[in-house]
Design a protein around this ligand. Structure first.
Ligand code: FAD
Ligand code: NAI
Length: 470
């Protein structure tokens, strides 16, 4: 069977690439190895979507338990029906993955379930062998191949994940009951999001982090304030420590050591969540055979998403850059357009990142640390949600918006938000930055009252110290 394009992997990178290529008139096939025979990759099956379903539901539980009474809504102490909550998560996943199957049909994209591997590369005919679960094999050929095989959990040496008591994010999405004590290894996005889910449902959450701060990569001021908020919510942090051993018994015994060396400590927990990062998936793809070059485990690509082997492209978590679904999607669109002879492009300066905790964190562009490291002079405009009428009406006044603008040109270089609705609010900062806007541009844009977005405008006004409400 012969195609214009074969996409290996149907996560946000692969499925979006396949759809865009089909829109552009290409004959497209996708290959997916997931045993559930569903599309959508990590994000839809075991990542973004199920975690957000649980974050939303657990936040409602928390609100009913602790926050509604202050609004005059008196309800009995809520009880947890975890089965129903997990069903809500599973239903959400099913609706999303079925949606992709529908879109594939609509765009006449042919799908093959099995492990895809590149067998041979000849000009205009790249052979991809698909090995199904039952061992059956078939060979497809295409003019071009896009590798979108994503990433998988990075293991913690010496700690074996069983997805029952020692879990990765996948097991942490399906625990049968909230553990009394949950120990999270890694204060990154997964640790704090899934730690929040189980913390809201009753677990005591302790986070052990190698570095002396949480959320590396996020603006330090934001991370510091957020750590204080999480501590108020009941999180305990052991920063500057690493886990060296987890022993199984009636409970788990966890040995931790200061990262800089020193005496070890033993902690106990019912469940350990290992969340120390993810690594690209490249094994079994036949890359060494056809000579596709890798660097530190990731496939090397140029600005056109092309590998060193003609006709073979790569996108998403398996290549450089942040491991984010929307980054993978944008690369999928750009790669499909380039393969079809157009001029696809991704602006890596404007890729937002969001942590879906309560409150949320959202960022786009440079942090203060980035700008200081590069010696770029900048102005800061900051506005606290305590002075925002809507945030007060919602009793969600934790956090702030921070604008970083070039000291000479006023061009916005970065926007950082910790606060209610941050994940939605960041979109206007993205549009502003995509158009090369200044803080003045945003400051002069009328924002509806009363909305949380007024805090974004006030932060833009604060760059020139002319905010009205503080
Ligand atoms: P993936 O989604 O990993 O998809 C790759 C696909 O390729 C998989 O389906 C895999 O089965 C398939 N595959 C691999 N090898 C082969 C092969 N040889 N043959 C056939 N198929 C193969 N990102 C966000 O932006 N927002 C979030 O809120 C968010 N939440 C997350 C929560 C969790 C718990 C996790 C784990 C991740 C989260 N992410 C989030 C990250 C996001 O899931 C990834 O960045 C995104 O899925 C990457 O997309 P991708 O297409 O590159 O790869
Ligand atoms: P991460 O890279 O965000 O955080 C891992 C943390 O573990 C880091 O703080 C690191 O210093 C720490 N660490 C590493 N080794 C350690 C050790 N031995 N002991 C203690 N701490 C250690 O990785 P995470 O949270 O696993 O997430 C993986 C990826 O998934 C992220 O890079 C992110 O891009 C993506 N993701 C995105 C989400 C979002 O956009 N909301 C949600 C969840 C995941």
């Amino acid at each position: 069977m012969s195609y214009d394009l074969i996409v290996i992997g149907t996560g946000p990178g692969g499925y979006v690439c396949a759809i865009r290529a089909a829109q552009l008139g290409q004959k497209v096939a996708v290959v997916e190895k997931r045993k559930t025979k569903t599309f959508g990759g990590t994000c839809l099956n075991i990542g973004c979507i199920p975690s957000k379903a649980l974050l939303y539901a657990s936040e409602k539980f928390e609100e009913a338990a602790h926050h509604l009474a202050a609004l005059g809504v008196v309800v009995d102490k809520p009880t947890l029906d975890l089965k129903a909550m997990l069903k809500h998560k599973d239903d959400t996943v099913a609706a999303n993955v079925n949606g992709i199957a529908f879109l594939f049909k609509k765009h006449k994209i042919e799908s093959f379930f099995g492990v895809g591997a590149i067998k041979s590369v000849a000009e205009g005919a790249i052979a991809v062998e698909v090995t199904a679960e039952d061992g059956g094999q078939q060979t497809l050929t295409a003019k071009n191949v896009v590798i979108a095989t994503g990433s998988d959990v990075a293991p913690l040496p010496g700690v074996e994940i069983d997805e029952e008591t020692i879990v990765s994010s996948t097991g942490a999405l399906s625990l049968k009951q909230p553990p009394k004590d949950l120990l999270v290894v890694g204060a990154g996005v997964i640790g704090l999001e899934l730690g929040s889910v189980w913390g809201r449902l009753g677990s005591n959450v302790t986070v052990v982090e190698f570095l002396d701060r949480i959320l590396p990569g996020i603006d330090a001021e934001v991370a510091k304030q957020f750590q204080r908020i999480l501590q108020k919510q009941g999180f305990t942090f052991q920063l500057g420590h690493k886990v060296t051993k987890v022993e199984k018994g009636e409970r788990l015994k966890i040995t931790i050591e200061p990262a800089a060396g020193g005496d070890s400590l033993t902690l106990e927990a019912d469940v350990v969540l290992v969340a120390i990062g993810r690594r690209p998936v490249t094994e079994g793809l036949g890359l060494d055979k056809v000579g596709v070059a890798l660097e530190r485990g990731r496939i090397i690509i140029d600005e056109r998403f092309a590998t060193n082997v003609p006709g073979v492209y790569a996108i998403g978590d398996v290549v450089r850059g942040p491991m984010l679904a929307h980054k993978a999607e944008d690369e999928g669109i750009a790669a499909a357009e380039i393969i079809a002879g157009q001029h696809g492009h991704v602006n890596y300066e404007v890729i937002p990142s969001v942590v879906y905790t309560s409150p949320e964190i959202a960022a786009v562009g440079a942090t203060e640390e980035d700008l200081n490291a590069k010696g770029i002079a900048y102005k800061v405009g900051k506005f606290n949600f305590t002075a925002n009428g809507r945030a007060r009406a919602m009793r969600q006044t934790d956090g702030f918006v921070k604008f970083l603008a070039d000291a000479t040109t006023d061009r916005v270089l970065g926007v950082h938000i910790v606060g209610a609705g941050a994940g939605e609010l960041i979109a206007e900062a993205c549009v502003l930055m995509e158009f090369g806007g200044s803080s003045e541009d945003l400051a002069r844009t009328c924002h509806a009252h009363p909305t949380l977005s007024e805090a974004v405008r006030e932060a833009a006004l604060a760059v020139e110290k002319r905010q009205i409400h503080s």
